[in-house]
Design a protein around this ligand. Structure first.
Ligand SMILES: [Zn+2]
Length: 324
């Protein structure tokens, strides 16, 4: 049935990581149409090895999507029109070892060459002093970061419309959807489209009002964010590319179960099974929304007058004085 829908899965290996006498693959999975001109959604997780819940959220959506191929014509028509890219474990060695960084001690979300335009908090914003300290930036692009960039450039950039969602956890009491930049307070390219998507979600799902959809710098600024890097590299590439980081507010789980602080992974992941399930349920609606928004981008992308209004609204909210 999957084949009939043109939806057979394709596994792609982007590189290998030597670890403990073995070679671990850096892989992604593609589902949906192979048409190069189709819109695309990329789902990423596990950039920080300790944030296993991000990988679990991506895999939970993949599971439901594939299971629904057995009975849902809507899933089939979605996959006939959209290309889906899944990279649920960007940092497999970090995940095996239960560390945020990769095997070289590098924080992959500080690893791109982008320098923040303002002073960032040290060492949280990224540091090159020592790999033994957290948030180490490394010296060159690490293989995992290169693989993520390759996945984006190969399968998302240059399409008429493409969107990436990168799932993380560990910051604050709220679930946040961050868009670029992390390293600059400037408005990102495609601000009007980002605002249109935000408005679309808020108006379609008024009861899912647990996401703050905001630029990342509002919370903290960093050097080397990979999504900043990809956004800047491709600001003039054809097509529309948007990226969001889902930062699941893990303090919510910690507050309800303080004992989980005794385990380091408990800072970043819900420990109790019912809470783990609840987190997985919570974000399925969002990912389903994103897939449908990608599929129907032509129906909601703003025209010129609306783009102006959306940019004004964004300026009012965050970019006061920004003349873009
Ligand atoms: Zn993270």
């Amino acid at each position: 049935m999957a084949r009939r829908a043109g939806a057979q899965a394709r596994l792609e290996t982007l590189g290998w990581l030597p670890y403990a006498g073995q070679q671990l693959p850096l892989q992604l999975l593609r589902l949906g149409t192979r048409a190069a001109g189709a819109p695309a959604l990329g789902l990423f997780g596990g950039v920080h090895g300790i944030e296993r819940i991000g990988s679990a959220v991506v895999l939970a959506y993949l599971h439901s999507l594939v299971a629904s191929l057995r009975w849902s014509g809507l899933t089939h028509s979605l996959l006939e029109r959209v290309s889906l890219v899944f990279m649920p474990v960007v940092n497999p060695v970090g995940m095996l070892r239960g560390t945020r960084a990769n095997v070289h001690g590098v924080d992959l979300m500080r690893n791109s060459p982008v320098e923040a335009s303002e002073k960032v908090p040290w060492p949280l914003g990224g540091q090159r002093l020592s790999r033994r300290l957290p948030w180490y930036r490394g010296q060159a692009l690490e293989p995992e970061a290169a693989a993520l960039c390759q996945a984006v450039e190969r399968h998302l950039i240059g399409r008429p419309f493409a969107l990436a969602l990168d799932c993380h956890s560990g910051y604050g009491h709220r679930d946040r959807l961050w868009f670029p930049f992390a390293g600059s307070k400037a408005a990102p390219p495609r601000l009007a489209e980002t605002m249109a998507l935000r408005e679309l979600f808020l108006s379609t799902y008024p009861n899912h009002n647990y996401y703050d959809i905001e630029p990342q710098w509002l919370h903290y600024m960093t050097h080397g964010d990979l999504w900043d890097h990809l956004t800047l590299q491709h600001r003039d590439s054809p097509g529309i590319f948007l990226s969001f980081t889902l930062e699941m507010g893990s303090w919510l789980w910690v507050r309800k179960n303080p004992l989980q602080l005794l385990r380091l992974t408990g800072l970043f992941n819900p420990v109790k099974p019912h809470r783990h399930q609840r987190v997985l349920r919570r974000h399925l609606v969002l990912i389903d929304f994103l897939a449908r928004a990608v599929e129907s981008h032509a129906l909601w992308l703003p025209d010129a007058p609306r783009r102006d209004r959306l940019r004004q609204e964004a300026r009012r909210l965050w970019f006061d004085g920004e003349q873009r």
